[in-house]
Structures are given as structure tokens and as C-alpha cells.
Design a protein around this ligand. Structure first.
Ligand SMILES: Cc1cc2nc3c(=O)[nH]c(=O)nc-3n(C[C@H](O)[C@H](O)[C@H](O)COP(=O)(O)O)c2cc1C
Length: 370
């Protein structure tokens, strides 16, 4: 099976990349990801100065993760050793860097390039650092930054964007205009995980970044927007823990994908599981390469004007096997669904407005639209 992919002209053996974060905090960790099958690794964000990490800094609730971790704990000089380890192993390494100004970013870029980095990812999108407000949400600043860095190095430059902006398309265009060869999205989503209502304190003491399964729809939306806007190599990130999540990003136009939270929760074996399940799925569907599926869903994404208003309503696809389940009837805001004495669902076609919620809410896939 041909899983080969491409990151800004760098050939990848498959589309799966370790994203920036604690699982890429050292050469040793990145080599574990490569050993598990990752095609490339992105370092944790490298800065010119080290900042101590607060404790605690991670909180899990449901399938989501909030973190207030601030970048790498290694100095720029220490990264020479860590990057060399990955290069000696033959790995493809993207250095994620962040600085206060374009010239400082260019200095960091040149330095990690001299250490052996194959590409740069400009980490201007962490919701709890200053990079997002100054560099990662203003198209003019981003253009200047990318231009300065891209002109200073010989390796391709990718910009990591945040979903916490209202001008994603403009930022993507600015990055392309500045000379970026790729865009990765998304970084974590600015959030407060919750409040301990007995103590009346937030669960973590400051705003943090939300990641994992719950942010996948936000990542998919961002990637689709970017792919519709620019012709660059796009790396999709956010909530990937299974092969089908990866496929969703590829079908919306991503060339590669990155993951972090699933590895924090379950370890590096997630990488090999995703890859082997991806191969099996492609084989079952008689595909021979990823090129056959890339961007297929993006081309089917419609604007509201293009959606044809059809007189569709819900119909029973099969009898409900769960007599006590009331998920569909409870959530039918038009009262079109009711359970009869046999526990089966009756649909009143005269009041169903075809909202479609029952189709996705039913755990046994009992509904269809007709
Ligand atoms: C604990 C933690 C630390 C992270 N640190 C960084 C970082 O240093 N630089 C960066 O660009 N992204 C960082 N990220 C963001 C991830 O690379 C990724 O964009 C985000 O978590 C969404 O992917 P996921 O749902 O697979 O985790 C971090 C994420 C987590 C969970």
C-alpha cells in the first residue's frame, strides 16, 4: 500500500507526524515516535530563553485535555544535541520555533537549520503565549515574519495557525505571500476547562489550550478553510486518535496530519495502530494510494447557496432494537417521533421538517432521510 505523502516538498513515507508538545520534548521522545512509525517529528516549541513550567499544568476531563505548559525546557543550545539524535536516527525533523520579533525568529531559524532541522514550523499560535496576539492573528505582522524567516533560511517554512482568530483565510494568504511553503492547523483552543464549584476556583489557574477529541471538528473546519484559500502543503492537527480521523483531514485536503493528545493519553503505539488500520481500510476499499482520497470531501463542500432545498423527511431504516431508548424521541424538537406500545418508533411525516438529528443521534442507525 502506498501511504507516501508530502510535506512542503519533503517526501514522507506516510502522512502521520508527531506534533509539537511534551511528546516531542527531547530527541529520545521523538525517536520513540519514529520507531512507532511516524513519518516525521515536530519539536516542542524552541525559544531563545527558557521558561519554567508551572505545576500542575495539565487537566483531563472526558476526552479533552487542557494544558498550560509553556514551550520547551531545553535551551536553544541544548537542542543541538536533541536534533542531532533524531538526524543520526535518519528522522525527518521540523523545528517549531517562537520568538518576539521577525529578526529573532530568523536567528532561531538559522540556528536550528545549522543543527540539522529539515523544516521550520513557526509556532505563533499557542493560546497562552504572546505569539498568537502579536504575530499569529495579524496578517500584516505574519507576512513580515514569514518573509523575514523564509529569506533567512534554505529549508521550507510552515506556519502553525490557531482557530482562535476570525481571519483564518487572511492569515493563510499572508503566510503564502510571505513565502511559507506550508500551513499546519490547529494549535490548542483557548479555554478554561472548568470550575471546582465547591472551592469556587478554576480547575487550572489560568487560560489554557484545549486539545484532544473534542477539538477535531474545529480542526477540520480550519483545515478545509485553509485548503480552500491557499495552494500550500497543509498539515491537519486536532483530535486525531484513530485512522478515520486522519482520513477526514486528508479528504478535506490535508497532505499530512499531526497528533499529540492521543499519544499523551495512550502512548506512541497509537501511531502504529493508526497506520495499520489506515492500510487495512484502504485495502478493503480497493485504493492503492492516498492520492485517490485526498481532497475528495473538500470538493464536495458546498456554500449555503448551492444546497438544494429538498423535501426530505426522516424514515425508519430498521426497527428500533432498544425499546427503552428515548434519545430520538426526546431530541425531536418538532415532536414528529414517538414510541409505540411495541417500543418501535412512529414517524409523523406531516410534522417532520427533515432536520436530520435523529439520523445521527440514534446509536443503532435506525433512521434515514428520504
Ligand atoms: C500538553 C501540550 C503541549 C503542547 N505544546 C505545544 C508547543 O510547545 N508548541 C506548539 O506549537 N503546539 C503545542 N501543543 C499543541 C499540539 O501540537 C497540537 O497542535 C494540539 O494539541 C492539537 O492536537 P491534538 O488534539 O492531537 O493534541 C501542545 C499540546 C499539548 C496537549
Amino acid at each position: 500500500m502506498d501511504l507516501s505523502s508530502n510535506l512542503m516538498g519533503i517526501p514522507l513515507k506516510n502522512p502521520l507526524i508527531l506534533s509539537s508538545g511534551p511528546m516531542s520534548r527531547s530527541g529520545e521522545m521523538m525517536i520513540k515516535a519514529l520507531d512507532a512509525g511516524a513519518a516525521a517529528v515536530v519539536t516542542e516549541t524552541i525559544l531563545n530563553e527558557i521558561r519554567p513550567n508551572v505545576r500542575p499544568r495539565m487537566f483531563n476531563r472526558g476526552q479533552g485535555l487542557q494544558n498550560i505548559r509553556l514551550y520547551s525546557e531545553f535551551s536553544l543550545e541544548e537542542w543541538e544535541r536533541e536534533i542531532a539524535m533524531v538526524k543520526e536516527r535518519g528522522g525527518i525533523l521540523i523545528a517549531n520555533i517562537l520568538a518576539h520579533s521577525p529578526s529573532e525568529m530568523a536567528f532561531l531559524g538559522r540556528t536550528v537549520e545549522s543543527y540539522g532541522a529539515d523544516a521550520l514550523e513557526l509556532g505563533v499560535s499557542s493560546p497562552h503565549g504572546e505569539g498568537l496576539a502579536v504575530l499569529g492573528s495579524d496578517p500584516e505582522n505574519l507576512y513580515e515574519l514569514v518573509k523575514t524567516v523564509a529569506q533567512s533560511v534554505n529549508i521550507p517554512v510552515m506556519v502553525k495557525l490557531s482557530p482562535y482568530v476570525n481571519n483564518l483565510a487572511a492569515l493563510a494568504k499572508a503566510a503564502q505571500l510571505g513565502g511559507a511553503k506550508g500551513i499546519s492547523a490547529i494549535n490548542t483552543v483557548r479555554s478554561i476547562m472548568g470550575v471546582d464549584i465547591d472551592q469556587m476556583v478554576p480547575l487550572l489557574p489560568t487560560y489554557g489550550g484545549y486539545s484532544g477529541e473534542p477539538i477535531r471538528p474545529i480542526g477540520l473546519g480550519a483545515v478545509a478553510t485553509i485548503c480552500q484559500t491557499v495552494d500550500l502543503s497543509v498539515s491537519g492537527i486536532g483530535g486525531i486518535s484513530k485512522f478515520n480521523h486522519l482520513l477526514e483531514y486528508l479528504m478535506l485536503g490535508a497532505d499530512s496530519c499531526q497528533l499529540q493528545s492521543a499519544l499523551i493519553f495512550h502512548g506512541f503505539s497509537v501511531i502504529s495502530e493508526i497506520l495499520s488500520e489506515l492500510e487495512s481500510w484502504l485495502e478493503d476499499k480497493n485504493f492503492s494510494s492516498l492520492e485517490q482520497i485526498r481532497g475528495k470531501a473538500l470538493s464536495r463542500l458546498k456554500s449555503f447557496d448551492e444546497i438544494i432545498l429538498e423535501p426530505k423527511i426522516a424514515v425508519n431504516k430498521r426497527d428500533c432494537p432498544l425499546p427503552d431508548c428515548t434519545l430520538c424521541t426526546d431530541s425531536c424538537t418538532f415532536s414528529a417521533l414517538s414510541k409505540n406500545q411495541k417500543g418501535l418508533v412512529d414517524i409523523d411525516s406531516s410534522v417532520c421538517t427533515g432536520c436530520g438529528l435523529c439520523v445521527s443521534i440514534c446509536p443503532r442507525l435506525c433512521f434515514d432521510m428520504q
